[in-house]
Every structure is written in structure tokens, then in C-alpha cells.
Design a protein. Sequence first.
Length: 89
Amino acid sequence: SNAVTVWSKSWCPFCTQVKQLLEKEGASYLAIELDKFHEAEEIQASLAATTGQRTVPNVFVGGKHVGGCDDTMALHRSGELRKMIEAAG
């Protein structure tokens, strides 16, 4: 089971930045590349309805929505991201 889920697009530089951070942190994560799905628009609309965020990356830690790239980087800088990942297992 992955502690982190990243809704992503393979060509998105902000998504790459988040995935590289997670790899550097040694976090187990699942990247769901929306550009690989025919239903990408519907999935993204559903995520927007659920989270209020339409953009990618759309990051969840332990099932909790944490936001996008800027939000994830801010959590990393504050040390909170590491705590959240550890708590999520």
C-alpha cells in the first residue's frame, strides 16, 4: 500500500518536481498519470469536485488531500510532509 497518491500528467513539470521530492524522501507513492486515460477530463472534474483543485499534481497523503506542488513543497520545507508520510505508513 502506498502512503502517497499523486494524480499527475506525465509531461507536467510540477508533477515531476513532486515525484522527485517523494523519491528523494524515500516515500512509497502511486502516480496516476491522467494523460494515459481516455477519461482524463472526467477524472479531473471529479477530483475538482471533491478537492476544489482542478490542477495537477493533486496530492494525497494517507488519503488526505494536501494540495498541489506549492502546497506539497511548503509541507516539505516545514517538516510536516515527512511526519504525514510516516503517520500514513
